[in-house]
Design a protein around this ligand. Sequence first.
Ligand SMILES: [Zn+2]
Length: 247
Amino acid sequence: MLSNETVNIWSHLLGFLLFFLLGVNDVSTVLPASGASREDYVIYAIGLFCFQVCMLCSVGYHLFCCHRSEKTCRRWLALDYAGISIGILGCYVPGVFYAFYCNSFWRQVYLVVVLALILAVFSAQVHPLYLSQEWKLLRSALFCSVAAFGVLPAFHWVWLNGGFGTEAVQAFFPRVMIMYLIAASAFMFYITKIPERYFPGHVNYLGASHQVWHILVVLMFYWWHQTAIYIMTYRHRTQCPVYTSGG
Ligand SMILES: [Zn+2]
């Protein structure tokens, strides 16, 4: 039956399928061809697993949010939020791993910090007030800060690589910027509720802001996965530079 949840459910169900098939393709073709080590396999498995969990939590929420029990509905909503945190984690792990490929100290520091951040968001999500209207702003602020934190390792990475003029930075920095552009526009639709706030009742089935948000999230994860493949291939081909200062 066509409903206002049809696109929400199918966009992320197909998203799940996409990341599952990408995983199969990585393991069977992409990773062996680039001479991947066991570590590479683990990193891609973590990233794609996180994306798939995020997709399935979202599908579950949009299937059952109309459940007659309010408690059940809220549990699925909590799971949907938890899924977004897991999706963000799935972006950070390969990002940090390949950006700091040649600097294991900072790689470990950022991986631990990111894990701590996601765990902090999780513990906030357990709070009974988390899903309340009063915490609406705090919820958005929490997600934004976890996503925006990535700016710090990104600029640190530019600095460690010798600034914006170097080859590696020029090859990858635009990709990071595009990632943030997709994330920002996805969040913009999510928060502002454009276009339905201007055309109430006209975009219930197709074109609502939440549907745009869903599609942009799939696009963002896909973009980041392709970027990780790109950086990995570069790292396997190019020798690590010798750092003169810093750990
Ligand atoms: Zn959703």
